[in-house]
Design a protein around this ligand. Structure first.
Ligand SMILES: Nc1ncnc2c1ncn2[C@@H]1O[C@H](COP(=O)(O)OP(=O)(O)OP(=O)(O)O)[C@@H](O)[C@H]1O
Length: 490
């Protein structure tokens, strides 16, 4: 055994498979092989093993079963399972039982095995560093503890899911947790969500948290391109392959070799292109348009769409076999209107970011502007919010951005939503003396009109058939004031 090389154990009851994997890994690692569970356990007892590659389907004992025991007896050994491509969905449950670090689907590519082995041994080292640092931390004096913590934080800075800004109790937390859990597994992930909900951002976070993070990430909008162009974009083309193909083009799947490609708006691809994509996913090979040569590439494919892809399958518009190739795990990003709790954190982060980009400083929003932002439905989600904050910042004169800087449709939408939130029917069905109930209705009408008129009192008075003085008197009577008044109950 060479002391400087990491020890890897390969387990499979088929001698040919063990031999092939051992040959791939043998150049860089100290490989041990076992033809069954009993032999594997003996090796683990006697050798210094950092990672184990284990086949799932073994006659005597399943891979997950063996790895569950390995986890209990040698928790530091990083566990990788090798499975048939039909297994991944079932295997997700096993991630928890056996604490599997990664699973590799057959047929695998040699680079995939090497990448997994490198990642596993890196993780083994990180775990050891972590254990050492924890021990140092326990033993260190308080002043030294801060320094040790800082080193810990550097390791954790790799956590890319923080790019998705959210509130502490956001529903995005669970989605990011699941995404982080599968990031290092080369399984296909389908991301669903309305436009602007952050599907591409999530896909990037998955890529940059995976073992492929140092390789390229590309996103392709499949919905916006006709079939011929999409084919040439993904697979490339030979010079002269079609009219206008003046030069050779390397496809994105080729350029992304070793990395990740996000197929955005996958629900929009034609049935003919679905067949081409399926062939690529099955065989892992690309053939540039107009060429007879095929090339094997190792690319992780993530997909995203605003459509309900399962419904598209049921309606016969999307191939079921392709659907299952793309979705070992489905993550659905909720629209902003279903996570209004995220709005404050998002608007402030966007403002800080945009202030820095545009070189224009603004501290925050007025209470009224925030009220409108929180009441509006944001059909374009975070992208629309981003545009709105940019607009406010560009138009702003002072340090606090007011509701007068919001687009009219946002103000009107917020007013309509807030009127819905304080329903007139409720006021009508309210109990109590008629005079009080009429007053509550009157306050609601005043509020709704003022917000809609963006607090222009002359316009509101005109619309309500009141004089300005008359309107002011009513506002005073009901305690309706501009700052912070939005959303008050009456
Ligand atoms: N949680 C978030 N935190 C910070 N920025 C976000 C968040 N979600 C989305 N964004 C930003 O909003 C914009 C739209 O996000 P993204 O492109 O990822 O959405 P999408 O769902 O892929 O949209 P589409 O379906 O239209 O392609 C991007 O600029 C992105 O950085």
């Amino acid at each position: 055994m060479t002391a400087t090389r990491a020890g890897i154990l390969v387990v499979d009851d088929e001698p040919r498979s063990v031999e092939v994997i051992a040959r791939v890994l043998g150049e860089d690692f100290d490989v041990h092989t076992a033809l069954g569970a009993a032999e594997a356990l003996k090796i683990l007892e006697n050798e210094w093993i950092q990672a184990i590659f284990c086949d799932q389907r073994m006659a005597e004992r399943s891979g997950v079963d063996l790895l569950t025991e390995v986890r209990a007896r040698w928790p530091e050994v990083v566990r990788i399972i090798v499975t048939g491509y039909t297994d991944p969905t079932d295997m997700i449950g096993a991630i928890n039982d056996a604490g599997i670090y990664q699973f590799i689907t057959k047929p695998w590519h040699p680079d995939q095995l090497l990448l997994a082995a490198q990642g596993a041994t890196r993780l083994y080292q990180l775990q050891r560093d972590h254990d050492r640092l924890s021990l140092e931390l326990k033993l260190a004096a308080p002043a030294a503890q801060a320094r040790v913590l800082e080193r810990h934080e550097k390791v954790l800075a790799n956590f890319h899911f923080d790019t998705l800004v959210r509130a502490p109790d956001s529903p995005l937390n669970e989605i990011c947790r699941q995404a982080a859990q599968v990031a290092t597994f080369d399984i296909p992930v389908l991301i669903l969500g309305e436009t602007g909900t952050g599907k591409e951002l999530l896909a990037r976070a998955i890529h940059y948290s995976s073992l492929r993070s140092e390789q390229p990430f590309f996103a392709v909008n499949c919905g916006a391109i006709p079939d011929e162009l999409l084919e040439s974009e993904l697979f490339g083309h030979k010079k002269g392959a079609f009219t206008g193909a003046h030069t050779q083009r390397i496809g994105l799947l080729d350029q992304a070799d070793g990395g990740t490609v996000l197929l955005d708006e996958i629900g929009d691809i034609t049935p003919a292109f679905q067949v081409k994509l399926l062939r690529f996913l099955q065989e892992g090979e690309i053939r540039p348009v107009g060429s007879n040569e095929v090339r094997r590439v190792n690319v992780r494919v993530l997909a995203a769409t605003h459509r309900e892809l399962a419904c598209e399958v049921r309606a016969g518009r999307f191939r079921e076999d392709l659907y299952y190739r793309l979705t070992a795990l489905t993550l659905t990003l909720p629209p902003l209107r279903e996570r209004r709790g995220d709005l404050r954190a998002l608007t402030q982060r966007l403002l800080d970011h945009l202030s820095a980009t545009h070189g224009k400083r603004a501290k925050g929003f007025t209470a009224e502007a925030l009220g409108c932002i929180e009441a509006y439905d944001w059909p374009g989600n975070v992208r629309e919010l981003q545009n709105e904050v940019t607009r406010m910042l560009v138009l702003a004169g002072g340090e606090h951005l007011g509701a007068d800087l919001l687009s009219p449709h946002v103000v009107h939408g917020a007013a309509a939503a807030s009127a819905k939130a304080m329903p007139f029917e409720t006021a009508i069905r309210d109990s109590g003396p008629l005079k009080d109930r009429i007053e509550r209705m009157e306050a609601l009408i005043l509020m709704e009109t003022l917000v809609r008129c963006r607090w222009n009192k002359s316009r509101a008075a005109e619309e309500l058939g009141l004089s300005r003085v008359g309107l002011r008197a009513k506002l005073e009577r009901y305690g309706i004031a501009r700052e912070g008044a939005f959303g008050r109950s009456h």
